[in-house]
Ligand binder design. Structure first.
Ligand SMILES: [Ca+2]
Ligand SMILES: [Ca+2]
Ligand SMILES: [Ca+2]
Length: 497
């Protein structure tokens, strides 16, 4: 019986998929959401941009090598630490069209550094008062802790014997603030005595670790404290100086090494975990438009449900792979799976299987979209949404009820919440960990579309649904009934096209 039902439903799925394809084909071709205005024919258009700007030091991480260029000549790594993969995926053409399809990057799997010798006094790597630098890098950090200062590239402050402590000529770093990465520029002034001889700038703009590749850059003229310019993903960002503050003082200059990925003897708190590519150092200020030219990205198109919603059923779509943030601010990807069910309620999502039939983890977080067309009598109704994490209910595309994200606190000091519903004592109590909200809506009568968006898991929370439901009651009543369809039809599952 079940087998027969599945066969029936897969036939239906095929028919739905065919309809969807026809609809797609009938639509006029839409302009590609692509900031790149000329197709790239060359393998490494990005490298041509960098070369034209004449970097003094340049790290490309191609050919399974940490070797760099200094003033156009090969510059061998003095130390290429273990724990660094030199064949990791870099930013690539499918999303970043200036890059080659097989671009590689360095990925730091544990605290480690790639180290390069300074040729000596007054070298191209030494920046003194009056010297201008631009530092840039592509970075894809796996994670960052709040308060952490992670080195992308810096000169000095290595902890090596024979050099003054804190001898930071310059450094481009990421600073963990909240759960985001901000740009951090740091230098030590030549006094090198107290806390006030550190000069540190932090950007206002930030990005989430694990959200893919980002481009970061800073421009600074030493001796001119107001000259700092920061850029994230090609756009300027403001920022603030702290410690010794903005300063016209000269930096400390010596012959210590340039390190990538860490500082201070590979201190864990200073170590990058994640990937980095296309680091470049210039002895001039790159103008804003040159920085902007580096950020060409093909933004993914936002998915909208593109298959019919079957009459008398709830279509559920599973969306995976969004950033691990408690936020609705992401571009919805195409669903990894679709299935139908009878009610606008659920206690768990179906398991995911690999092609070998083994149970697989879904991404965390993932999103469920549950859509159905219902006949609501005209008039005023109460709509009640219960969910474990955040949820949004739309009626004909209009947001009508919303449950927010949980408190990020996991220390057990959350307020004690009795098992009861604040909506009504006469309905099933709200289960521990679940949240609920109700709203009164006026309906026009006839068929209307309800769409529930459910946020599941994320931030190391278990991907639980609690007792998720959408219920309706007449205005002024608490006679809530879960929305669904009475005549049972076999549920079906299918992979999304
Ligand atoms: Ca590369
Ligand atoms: Ca000073
Ligand atoms: Ca030097």
């Amino acid at each position: 019986m079940i087998f027969a039902a599945r066969r029936r439903s897969s036939a239906r799925t095929i028919r739905l998929a065919a309809v969807a394809l026809t609809l797609v084909a009938a639509q006029p071709a839409r302009a590609q959401n692509d900031t790149d205005d000329q197709p790239q024919s060359k393998a490494a258009a990005y490298a041509e941009i960098v070369r034209a700007d004449q970097p003094v030091a340049w790290w490309r991480f191609e050919g399974n090598s940490a070797d760099a260029e200094l003033a156009g000549s090969p510059w061998k790594a003095a130390v290429a630490g273990s724990g660094v993969s030199l064949t990791a995926d870099g930013p690539r053409r499918d999303r970043f069209p200036l890059f080659a399809a097989d671009n590689h990057a360095a990925r730091f799997e544990q605290p480690a550094s790639l180290r390069y010798d300074d040729p000596g006094a007054a070298s191209l790597l030494d920046f003194a008062a009056g010297d201008t630098l631009t530092l840039e890098a592509w970075v894809n950090p796996a994670n960052i802790s709040s308060g952490q200062q992670v080195y992308l590239v810096g000169k000095g402050r290595t902890g090596r014997p024979g050099f003054a402590a804190n001898n930071q000529n310059w450094a481009l770093r990421l600073y963990g603030k909240g759960s985001r990465c901000h740009l951090s520029f740091l230098f030590r002034d030549a006094d090198n005595a107290g806390e006030n001889d550190w000069h540190r700038w932090t950007s206002d703009a930030g990005f989430a670790p694990g959200s893919g590749w980002h481009h970061v850059a800073v421009v600074y003229t030493f001796g001119k404290g107001d000259s700092l310019r920061g850029y994230l993903d090609g756009r300027p960002t403001g920022g603030t100086w702290d410690y010794g503050g903005q300063s016209d003082e000269a930096p400390l200059v010596d012959d210590d090494q340039v390190w990538i990925g860490s500082a201070s003897n590979n201190a864990a708190s200073n170590s990058l975990l994640g990937a980095i590519d296309e680091i470049a150092l210039y002895r001039k200020a790159l103008p804003a438009e040159r920085i902007a030219a580096r950020w060409k990205v093909i933004e993914p198109k936002a998915y909208v449900t593109n298959v019919p919603v079957p009459a008398g059923q709830v279509l559920v779509e599973v969306l995976e792979g969004m950033p691990d943030e408690w936020s609705w601010d992401f571009v919805p990807p195409a669903p990894s799976e679709r299935y139908t069910q009878r009610v606008l309620a659920m206690v768990e999502a179906p398991k995911k299987y690999t092609s070998h039939g083994v149970i697989d983890d879904r991404s965390s977080p993932f999103i469920l979209w549950a859509t159905c067309d219902v006949e609501l009598p005209p008039g005023k109704h109460r709509l009640l949404v219960r969910s474990r994490s955040a949820a949004r209910l739309y009626l004909d595309g209009r947001l009508v009820v919303e449950n927010g994200f949980p408190s990020p606190s996991t220390d057990g000091h959350n307020p004690w919440i009795p098992v009861e519903s604040k909506i009504s004592p006469r309905i099933r109590p709200l289960q521990p960990g679940d949240r609920e909200n109700v709203a009164e809506v006026e309906t026009r009568g006839g068929k209307q579309r309800l769409k529930l968006e459910l946020f599941v898991g994320g931030k190391k929370r278990r991907p639980e649904l609690g007792e998720t439901s959408v219920s309706i009651a007449p205005a002024g009543s608490d006679a809530f009934r879960v929305i669904g369809f009475e005549r049972a039809t076999a549920g079906s599952t299918s992979s999304a096209a």
